[in-house]
Design a protein around this ligand. Sequence first.
Ligand SMILES: [Mg+2]
Length: 194
Amino acid sequence: MKTIGVDLDDVLLNFNDAFIEFHNLKYGSSYNRSDLTTFHYMKNQWGIDIQESLKRLDDFYRSEHHIKSLPVDGSVDAMTELLKNNVIHIVTASPEEFKENILAWLNVHFGDKFKNIHFIRKTIFDGKAKNKRDICKELNIEVFIDDAIHNAEDIISGNIPVILLDTPWNQGYEGSLITRAYSWADVTEVLKKP
Ligand SMILES: [Mg+2]
């Protein structure tokens, strides 16, 4: 049995695919997932300032597109297996103001499997979230699954290993406590290792 931490967006909930579909419809853009080669792609790649980026994200969270996001491929099966023998904590920087929608989404796709969900940011506009590392320490998390380089760096700074789910926005990042996984099946294989 392990105590495992899991990120929400783009690890369980396929956030970026749903967001770019929303963005393409609303703003007439034609982006693809493979174009998103940095985490803060609106600012870094699309040239949209932070206030406008936050507004677009806020609009997305309030739209049907967010609640209709799909689970990340393989995540439902993997979680069903992992929850049998492990303690799982979701630790997310998704804004807590949308907690009800997020819990409803989790309930649709994962049933009532998750008992432990930790929001580390109150609203979309309140800036920086609390460190995931500190929450991981408090919860005695032994390994964390995330897609973002900045979260991985934060968590490994607390000497907690990270399984990095491969995405276009985390290419080229490596580290001694980082294991890159190419799918959820791959994640579960890594977790079986002692
Ligand atoms: Mg994420």
